[in-house]
Design a protein. Sequence first.
Length: 298
Amino acid sequence: MDSTQRTFRCGYVAILGRPNVGKSSLTNRLVGEKVSIISRKAQTTRHRIHGILTTDTEQFVFVDLPGYQTKHRNALNRVMNRSVVQALGDVDVVLFMVEAGRFSAADREALELAPQDRPLMLLINKVDKLADKRMLLPFIAQMKDLRNFAEILPVSATSGSGCAELLRTLGKYLPESPAMFDADSATDRSERFLAAEYVREKLFRKLGQELPYGIAVEIERFEEEPGLRRVHAAVVVERDSHKAIVIGEGGTLLKAVGTEARLDLEKLLGGRVYLELWVKVRGGWADDERALRSLGYE
C-alpha cells in the first residue's frame, strides 16, 4: 500500500444525553440531511436512528439515541431505555452531550449509562447561548471531575460551530475498517420509516401543549409509482378525546400536519408525494409490548 495513503476508518458513534439536549439536531448537522426529527418536546426521538457521513478517509455512523426516560414508566419507555442500553454496548465511541452551564440529575443519569471501556467524549452544546462566556471554563472544570473524558469539545448543533473540529477529532477514535454503508447513504432507515417520523414531527410541533402523550404514527400503505409515492398513514391515539385534538376544528390541524409533512417528504425523496392521514383510537398501546412491536418499536 502506498505509504502516503491514509487508512480508512469506520465505526459507530453514539450520541448520549438527557432528553432535549440537542442530540437529533447534532445528528442532522453532522450528516447534512434531516434523518432525525426535531421538536422542543421531550421524547421526540423514540427510535434509535443511524445517521451516516462518509468522507474520503472515514465513515461515521452516528447513533441518535432516545433520551433516557425516568418518567412515564410504561412499556414504551422500557422499550426506549432498553434500546439506549443495547446500543451503547455495540458502539465504538460515545459522545456525551450536555448544555453549556447546565448539569442536572437527568444529565447525571444519562452519563451513568456510558460504558467504561469505550472512548467517551464530552460535547458542550449551545455554547453560543451561554449568557456569560466566562462561565464556560469553570463549567468544563466541573465536568472533568465526573469522568475521564477522552476529549472535551464545545459545539453548537444549531449553528454548526465546532462541528468540523469534532469530526477531525472523532476520526482518530474510529477503528480501522472498510465502510459498512454506501458512500451516498445518509441513513439506514427506510423511506416508509422516515415518512412516519416526519408526520410525527409535525404533530409534535403543531399540537404544542395539547400534545397527548400516547400518540404514534403507523404507515398502513406505502406505494411507489413512477415519479410518485403514495403514503397512507394512521395517527394512533389512546382516547377519543385525543382524536378530536389531533383532527382540530373542521379538520384544520390534521390537514396542516399533512401538508407540512408532505412538503418535507418531497424535499427528502426528490419527487411527488401523495399523503393521506386519518386518526384511529387504540387504547393502551403505549403500555402494550405487542402493540409497540406492530408500530415498529424494537
